[in-house]
Design a protein around this ligand. Structure first.
Ligand SMILES: Cc1cc2nc3c(=O)[nH]c(=O)nc-3n(C[C@H](O)[C@H](O)[C@H](O)COP(=O)(O)O)c2cc1C
Length: 181
């Protein structure tokens, strides 16, 4: 059994990213366990936590939790053409102390979304930049920029656009191939 952790870059109750995540988790094959990892409870990372050996419980728990996963899937909106702070904070929190980078060596994939047409391109690539620094193997192709997201989901949050479902199914299949490598 492989375990994939999903990190969503939005805390909003009706978040499109969360709705997309709920659809994407159903596209993984048997033998995969998918879990959404909570990041909204983390304090802003402060290097004093580690330098003074005074690490908050939420941070300890989060870092331990990351150890359970074989791979990570990031699903995020774009905030001001970049990565929402809540997601960047989670990355920074899991990356320290430097000798214990919890992300290191693990496969990752990114899906960005937006109600606009550009599909969160800026967030997607800023995130990619950080994941490279964290020594993750990031799925290169296909790239997933889900634009006009509001038109692709129904009232209950299900993806109604067949083309999008097909695309995400292919995306997940490629991600699974990367994980199996
Ligand atoms: C602070 C802030 C900045 C935003 N910046 C962008 C942006 O740069 N590009 C974009 O496409 N949408 C931007 N938006 C709109 C978001 O794409 C939209 O609110 C989206 O629904 C957020 O994702 P969520 O539904 O998962 O919460 C921004 C929204 C907020 C709150």
């Amino acid at each position: 059994m492989k375990k994939v952790g999903v990190l969503v870059g939005s805390l909003r109750r009706e978040s499109y990213s969360k709705k997309l995540a709920n659809n994407v988790v159903t596209l993984f094959p048997d033998g995969y366990e998918i879990e959404c990892i909570k990041i909204g409870n983390l304090p802003f990372y402060n290097q004093d936590f580690d330098d003074e050996n005074n690490v908050p419980t939420e941070v300890v728990d989060f870092r331990n939790k990351l150890g359970e996963f074989d791979a990570f899937l990031f699903i995020t909106p774009e905030y001001n053409r970049s990565v929402p702070a809540v997601l960047k904070n989670a990355l920074d929190t899991g990356s320290r102390p430097k000798t214990e980078n919890r992300w290191g060596g693990k496969p990752a994939a990114i899906i960005s979304q937006s109600p606009g047409g550009i599909g969160g391109f800026g967030a997607n690539h800023h995130l990619r930049q950080s994941l490279t620094c964290l020594n993750m193997s990031v799925l290169q192709q296909p790239e997933a920029y889900i634009g006009n997201v509001a038109t692709l989901l129904d009232e209950s949050g299900s993806l109604t656009n067949e083309g999008t479902v097909e695309f995400l199914q292919k995306f997940v299949a490629k991600f699974v191939k990367l994980i199996e490598k």
